[in-house]
Each structure stands twice: as C-alpha cells, then as structure tokens.
Write a protein that binds this ligand. Structure first.
Ligand code: SF4
Length: 478
C-alpha cells in the first residue's frame, strides 16, 4: 500500500491516477494530515513540494508556484516515480482515456503548433505517442463528418465464449459447462424479441441505421443456425438500406466453421474479425485459449477463399509469458496474412480477470515489455496501415493504448461512432448498453441491459420496460 500525503491542494485524484500508471495494482491511501510514514508527500504552500519515501529510495523536489500548480506537481511526481521505478511512461503525465480527443479540443483553443509544444513539453508526451494521437485525431474527425444527422448504430452482444481466457475481465460465459450452454437457445429467442422491439422503436423515433456490430464474448460460439436467427432478426426488423457497415466479431478461431462463415457470407455482413491475439502456441496455451496459431491461419485463409474482403485481426501486447521477440513474430505473421485491419491492444489486467500484477516491479517490467512491443508494431504497421482509432484503458500495462489500424477506406466506422459518442447506439443482448445521444444537442443517456445471460433471461420484461426511455428521450430532445 502507498500512503499519499496531500497538503493544501486539491489534486489528489490526479496524483493518484498518475501513481497508478507506475503501480497499477497498489492500494493508495490518501491522508491529509502531516505524518512521517508517508510514501509520497505532495504540498502546495509557498512552493510546490514532492517527496518520495520508500525504504530504499528517498528524494525531494521543490518548485516555485506557477500558473498551473497541478501540472507542475504532476511532472514532479512523474519525475520521481520514474527515477524510483526506472520507468518513464510514454504518455507522460497524461492519464485520460482518449488522448486524440484532448488533442482536438486543445488545438481548438491553442492552434496546432502550440498544442504540439504543450503535449511534448508540458504533458511530457513522447514523439511516438504524439504522432499517433495526431493521426488518429484526423481520421476520427474525417469519419465522424461522414455520419448523417439522425443516424444510429446497432450493437448486439453475445456474451458467451467457448472457454475463458485467463486475462478476461468481460462478462462472458464459458459454454464449457452445460448450465451456460443450455441458456443459449432461450438467449437467442429473447435476443430476437429484443431486436424486434428495438427495430420498432427505431422506426417510431425516425432514426436511420448507419452501422451494425455483433460483438461479445465470441459471437461464433452460437451455432450456424443460431447465428442465422440473430442475423435474420436484424434484417427483418431494421431497414438496412442506409447501413454502411455490418461487422460480426467472429473472434476465436476455435469457434469458426465453414458452415458459420457461409451463414455470415450469405447475409449483409461485410466485415468480420478473426482474432489470433498471438501466433505463439505456448502463449495461447498459457492464457487458456483452446486453439493454435495454425488454426487461425487456416480459418483466415478459408474466409478469404469464401470471399471475405474486409477482415480485422486483434493482437495483444503484453500477454503472460509472451516476449518481445514472440510478439514481433505475431505481428509479422499478421501483417503477412494481409488483413484489412489490425487492432493492437495492450493487455489490461483487471481484478475480474484470473491474473494479477503482484508487485510494482512486475508491473513496470510488463510495461517496459509492452512498450517495446508497441514501438515495433507501429514501425511495421505504418508501412501498410494507418492508425484510425485509439483509446487507453485503466490498468493496461504502462497505461499504454489500444489502436485500430486500417488500410485506406477500410476503417471500422462503428468503432469511431461508438467511441466518439457522435450518434446513438441502440444495443441489444446481455451486458449491452444503449447510449442515447440527443439529435440536436450534447445530452447523453445510457440504458443498461442486465449483465449476465441468466439475468438477461429472467429480467427480460424489465429490460424491455427500460427501453421505453428511448422514445421519451427522443421526444424530449428532438
Ligand atoms: S475470447 Fe475474449 S471475451 Fe471470450 S473469454 Fe477470451 S478474452 Fe474474454
């Protein structure tokens, strides 16, 4: 546990967030009264003072008061924590989840050149991260500008997987046991009903469908027949004429068969995801995935032969037991397969997952490894792809980012619409969250579906009741 002493300032929340970049799993106790057994002392009096005090490390920094004492204190904490851990996060003191959004907003106030300087000198963001944030900002703006007024996207959640990966923190049921497997038929039936009701609501409020995303979990945990039912429900209840993109995140290769791909191919779906995560069998085994790298390659080639021409592949940097060399091999293999999109995630270790970063030392080690992996990935990916969407997750190694890369004109528009809250996302299924965006304003409201499949089934009536709020929202903020 770290004792953070806060004297005469209100920045404790920001300082806590900053410390968590270096030590994601450490508990932080904030105290406001002088004591001797602190680990981090922060004060604003006639000067700014930061002291770091661990058994083997003790150092003090002071600085004069300035226009932005919070930022100055952040840089001092960054510097001392960096010295203590030997790790200097590449996003500097920036802790927010959407750096490109901050970049756009700052540019609106300061202009491009000054923003660049501010990011690099004040926020201590490295060239590598600034470049990516800048490019993502351009793509985000470009894609958002193509969204028509009065549009929405549809998200369908299939919270089932063939087995549970050790790093997973999602609400996803492994169908390894019969109890979860037996829920599937009823789940699909109710999901179809929810789609029917949601389709009626969409018609009533007069919105037009722009993109669809079936995600999970692993949607191809469903049988071919069940997949057909879900996709047909969408086709039967929504007007797809205005729909520009329809993704099925097929996900894990061990669930994808020719029969399922054929159902998807014979439908309006035009983008799929086949997610290797890594092309190293020992790492796949270590994280509890029941397929091999060859399975991924075989399924990818099959999908190509069947005519799928927009495929995404997800990779994860920082998986347990993976090495920088191992990741390089995975990245090179993915690039050689030549998918249209590659999404590079950084492993985020959340409490709900089966693994943890037991000590600050391990966290810093993991962060350094993940950081090297990303640097290699970016160098290679820039040759053929461009970064178009990005977000940071709490508890990811080194507070590093997840980035979607695409070949020109293959960017996933749903990812941007969802991330940037530029229009309403109507969502169906267990754990799905509907995000309402006022057609002519900034109001945002969320409607939560029940998380777990069994709750989704037992609470279905209430969930449908909650959906009435969509019509209310559109009548109120039209
Ligand atoms: S495939 Fe994804 S959602 Fe399913 S268990 Fe693994 S990490 Fe979780």
């Amino acid at each position: 546990m770290i004792k953070l002493l806060v004297i005469n300032h209100k920045f404790h929340y920001e300082m806590e967030k900053l410390v968590r970049i270096f030590m994601p799993d450490v508990k932080i106790q904030v105290v406001y009264e002088e004591c001797d057994d602190f680990n981090l002392y922060t004060s604003v009096t006639d000067e700014i003072k930061v002291i770091i005090n661990f058994e083997d490390f003790n150092k003090t920094l002071t600085a004069p008061l300035c226009d932005d004492n919070e930022m100055q204190m952040g840089r001092m904490v960054y510097s001392l924590m960096g010295e203590y851990t030997g790790f200097y996060p590449k996003w500097g003191v920036l802790t927010g989840v959407r750096p490109s959004k901050l970049l756009i907003n700052t540019e609106k106030q300061m202009g491009r050149e000054k923003t660049k300087e501010y990011f690099k000198k004040d926020l201590l963001v490295t060239d590598e991260k600034f470049r990516i944030a800048r490019e993502v900002a351009d793509w985000e703006e470009k894609i958002i500008s193509t969204s028509k007024p009065g549009s929405f996207s549809l998200y369908i959640s299939i919270p089932f997987c063939p087995s549970r990966c050790s790093y997973c923190s999602f609400v996803s049921h492994s169908v390894e046991n019969d109890k979860a497997k037996n829920l599937l038929p009823q789940y699909v039936e109710l999901l179809s009903k929810e789609l029917e009701i949601t389709g009626k609501i969409a018609k009533d409020i007069g919105v037009s469908l722009e993109s669809i995303y079936i995600g999970g979990g692993t949607p191809t945990t469903l049988s071919a027949e069940q997949l057909k039912i879900v996709i047909s429900s969408i086709e039967n209840n929504f007007d797809l004429k205005s729909c520009r993109e329809f993704t099925v995140e097929a996900g894990r290769p061990d669930t994808i068969t020719e029969e399922k791909l054929s159902v998807i191919k014979n439908s309006p779906v035009d983008r799929i995801s086949i997610n290797p995560q890594t092309f190293n069998d020992s790492v796949l085994q270590a994280v509890g995935r029941r397929h091999t790298a060859d399975d991924t390659i075989r399924i990818f080639r099959l999908a190509r032969e069947m005519g799928f021409d927009n495929i995404n592949m997800d990779l994860i940097a920082g998986l347990p037991t993976d090495t920088v060399e191992g990741f390089k091999y995975s990245l090179d293999t993915a690039i050689n397969l030549d998918p249209e999109n590659i999404t590079v995630h950084t492993l985020a270790v959340k409490r709900a997952s089966g693994i943890g970063q037991n000590s600050p030392k391990i966290a810093v080690q993991n962060a350094n490894i993940a950081s090297q992996m990303l640097s290699y990935a970016y160098e290679k990916l820039y040759e053929k792809y461009h970064p178009y969407y990005m977000y940071r997750q709490s508890k990811s190694a080194g507070s590093l980012e997840n980035v979607g890369w695409a070949k020109p004109d293959t960017e996933c528009i749903y990812n941007i619409f969802m991330m940037e809250e530029c229009h309403t996302i109507l969502s169906c299924g267990g754990g799905a969250v509907t995000k309402l965006k006022a057609p002519n304003g900034d109001e945002i409201e969320r409607i939560f579906n029940f998380k777990y499949p069994f709750e989704y089934i037992s609470g279905f009536r209430e969930l449908i009741e909650r959906k009435k709020r969509i019509t209310w929202f559109y009548n109120t903020y039209k």
